[in-house]
Design a protein around this ligand. Structure first.
Ligand code: ADP
Length: 742
């Protein structure tokens, strides 16, 4: 049963094995032994031979009908040479006479068979295009702009070919086509700018256009000729992909007829190894162009193809250069500028210049930075969540966001197209460029869908469109598509930013290292100084005491010596404190500390030093903490010491020590009923050598709480105070639980 085209299998119609040829020429198929295996039925119209009778005869039987133009045995010779070289190009076309009429023999292969096609030499063209091709090409290629080049090509090709209409038809990404240039006789309706649905030239037809660079349908009214072959011919019809006479799909014939076209000739345009488009020539009366002329047209097509390829590359290179320049400038800015987001947004060239977009948003370091037309922050946050969940690659692009992500419907004016690029998936950091909806009005040549009819067998059969009147359609929820240059540029900017982030991280690490070194140096410096100061101070103190014992000193001198001794004592304490402060951190590794014991011991010491009747220290449960025993003891010694010191002058000190297990860790509170601390002083007192203004009468150096703070920091903990003047103070120390310490 012949292949029945319907709506579902339109793309599968086997147009390369139509089992027929166009009947203005005839076809002989020969096998490897050069015996005839198939033959077009119309052979009898050209030769006094019957197609069926020719089967199994050697091809040489044809020779005597090809008159004097061909020497005896030439067919076998050509076939043998071609078979050895696997190429018949040099023989094509072979000129010969049939019934005193000039014919061209064109040989090609089909699997392991030879196709011998005989075509008339007579042409409807007035002169061989080869003669005018040189000047036509120079006019055609004279323009640097692609659109002008195409226009000129249409004009020149119409001049060479003489068809009523010559169109340059470009295939879009989705397979649909558009007439991008046209030259036509005046009375014809223009088709320039019209779009044709992809199904008008189905995929397998496009594949054949790529294989055969020219294709002639001489007369749509011409009845095709069948082919007769040996017994198995019906099961395995001969592949006519390379045959110049290959019959045309009946669908396509109807399509052309519906357009009023009587003859069509096309030249394929192949750029970048893809079918870029076609030079589609239509004539409204039958027309024949012979093989040589078609070859000349093919040459024009090839030159035009390479010009298109070149111009396209050149145009995208110009665009790419502009974008690259922006990327380089951004890269330099990122090197120069300390702040990454500022170099991407606050300079004359910004992130928006790196891609052809109307807006850009960057989510970096937990913040949004935007420029141009972008959706509101609420939508940006939602979109970020959607991207994080759905983006698998570094890049994601769509020019139909509302279709893939319906939430974007409400922002289609600024976010119909997005180009997103990951900076860090883990941190959810992305750059997103936006394009608005592009309400493109596409002028279709007729309604884009193919209407169908139910045929006699109840099959749905496609009837190609009868009306080619322009039919306008608004393309919705679509932005202009992102180009390869845009994608490349987004990736380049990404590299620059990642590099800058990496460099900044290294800088911070180096700075940290330097700080650590400086800090250590400072530590050992203060340690050495304080240590070395102790000796001369001991000498001063020693001589001072000797001097004090000297009876010859008068009262005034005695008083002076006392002042010297008092100051040296004070200095001694300060040096000791500084020494204690600088050695923090040089101690052993942390451990679980029995706090009940530590605090009890401390209290005992204080009760011995102070008059126990004049002091009351209460403790509740003392929860254990994790840390360095000596340091923790220093903390409580300072806090309890201060609590006593700053209370006893005004009252009987009552001190409460409490501990509590909180979410954040073990919290200790040391509460006194002393003089209290003014709010302004409450933060300052933890700084080195800083004391409240009103405590001059109390002995002290201002070092103790700095030690407490430093120790607590060493333990990843905290110290703070709550205090009311004249009521008392509570010092809190929080020891983090080991599992909470990072
Ligand atoms: P010092 O007690 O040697 O002056 P600290 O560093 O221990 O040094 O304390 C710093 C300052 O904090 C003290 O000078 C004092 O003004 C204030 N201060 C510390 N503890 C108390 C407290 N319990 N009551 C009132 N003031 C306090």
């Amino acid at each position: 049963m012949p292949f029945q085209v319907n709506l579902t299998n339109c793309d599968l119609e086997p147009i390369h094995i139509p089992g027929k040829i166009q009947s203005h020429g005839f076809l002989i198929v020969a096998d490897k032994e050069f015996n005839i295996t198939a033959c077009s039925e119309n052979v009898s119209r050209f030769l006094p031979l019957n197609a069926v009778a020719l089967l199994q005869q050697p091809v040489s039987v044809l020779e005597k009908y090809l008159h004097d133009s061909a020497p005896a045995g030439f067919l076998t010779l050509i076939l043998s040479f071609g078979a050895i070289n696997h190429n018949f190009g040099s023989f094509n076309p072979y000129a010969l006479d049939i019934n005193a009429k000039a014919f061209n023999l064109v040989i090609s292969t089909s699997e392991d068979q030879y196709l011998l096609e005989f075509e008339p030499e007579f042409s409807d063209l007035e002169s061989d295009p080869l003669k005018t091709i040189g000047s036509s090409l120079s006019t055609m290629l004279g323009d640097a702009k692609l659109s002008n080049l195409l226009e000129k090509a249409a004009t020149q090709i119409q001049e060479i070919i003489g068809y009523d209409r010559v169109m340059i038809y470009q295939f879009h990404k989705d397979g649909h086509g558009e007439v991008v240039a046209e030259e036509k006789t005046e009375e014809l309706e223009p088709l320039l700018g019209l779009h044709y649905p992809a199904s008008d030239i189905p995929q397998q037809a496009r594949a054949l256009y790529k294989l055969n660079l020219t294709r002639l349908i001489s007369n749509v009214e011409e009845e095709p000729s069948g082919i007769v072959g040996l017994a198995n011919f019906a099961e395995t019809p001969i592949d006519l992909s390379h045959a110049v006479l290959r019959a045309v799909s009946p669908i396509h014939i109807r399509y052309l007829k519906n357009m009023g076209v009587a003859s069509s000739f096309s030249i394929s345009l192949v750029a970048n190894d893809e079918l870029w488009g076609l030079v589609a020539c239509h004539n409204y009366t039958p027309r024949f162009i012979n093989y040589k002329e078609r070859e000349s047209a093919k040459l024009v097509g090839q030159i035009l193809s390479s010009a298109i390829n070149f111009r396209q590359k050149e145009e995208s290179l110009i665009k790419l250069n502009q974008i690259k320049k922006a990327v380089v400038t951004l890269g330099k800015g990122l090197l120069r500028n300390e702040n990454i987001e500022r170099s991407l947004f606050d300079e004359p060239i910004t992130l928006l210049d790196a891609v052809d977009a109307t807006g850009v948003a960057l989510f970096f370091n937990g913040q949004w930075y935007t420029e141009g037309v972008v959706p509101d922050e609420r939508f940006l946050i939602e979109l970020l969540g959607w991207l994080t969940a759905n983006m698998e690659q570094q890049l994601y692009e769509t020019n139909q966001l509302p279709i893939v992500y319906p939430a974007a419907l409400r922002t289609k004016d600024n976010a119909t197209g997005i180009l997103a690029c990951t900076l860090s998936k883990e941190l959810g950091e992305y750059m997103i460029w936006f394009r608005p909806e592009f309400l493109e009005s596409v002028n279709w040549a007729g309604k884009p869908e193919k209407p169908f009819e139910v045929d006699m067998n109840g099959m749905l059969t496609i009837t190609p469109r009868k009306s080619f009147e322009s039919w306008s359609e608004m393309v919705r929820f679509t932005s202009l598509p992102w180009s390869a240059e845009d994608l490349e540029s987004a990736l380049l900017v990404r590299e620059e930013i990642i590099f800058a982030i990496g460099r900044k991280q290294i800088e911070v690490r180096v700075l940290n290292e330097k700080l650590k070194e400086a800090y250590e140096e400072l530590g050992s410096f203060s340690y050495t100084i304080s240590h070395d100061l102790k000796n001369p101070l001991a000498t001063v103190k020693g001589f001072g005491e000797l001097l004090k014992r000297n009876p010859s000193l008068d009262d005034k001198a005695q008083h002076m010596v006392d002042r010297i001794l008092h100051s040296t004592g004070k200095m001694q304490t300060m040096i000791d404190e500084v020494l204690r402060y600088t050695v923090i951190g040089h101690n052993a590794l942390p451990d679980a500390i029995d706090m009940q014991r530590l605090i009890e011991d401390l209290i005992q010491e204080f009760l011995v030093i102070e008059d126990s009747d004049q002091l009351s220290i209460n403790t509740g449960d003392c929860l254990d903490v994790y840390g360095d025993q000596t340091m923790v003891m220093q903390v409580f010694s300072n806090l309890i010491g201060n609590a006593i010191k700053y209370s006893k002058a005004t009252t009987t000190p009552v001190i409460d020590i409490k501990s509590e297990d909180t979410d954040l860790g073990i919290l200790y509170a040391v509460k006194d009923n002393g003089i209290g601390i003014k709010t302004v002083d409450q933060d300052k007192i933890f700084d080195l050598f800083t004391r409240s203004e009103d405590v001059e009468s109390y002995e002290g150096t201002g070092v103790g709480l700095s030690i407490v703070k430093k120790i607590m920091e060493k333990h990843s903990g905290k110290v703070w105070v709550e205090s009311d003047v004249d009521t008392g103070s509570t010092f809190y120390v929080l020891f983090r639980k080991p599992e909470l310490v990072n």
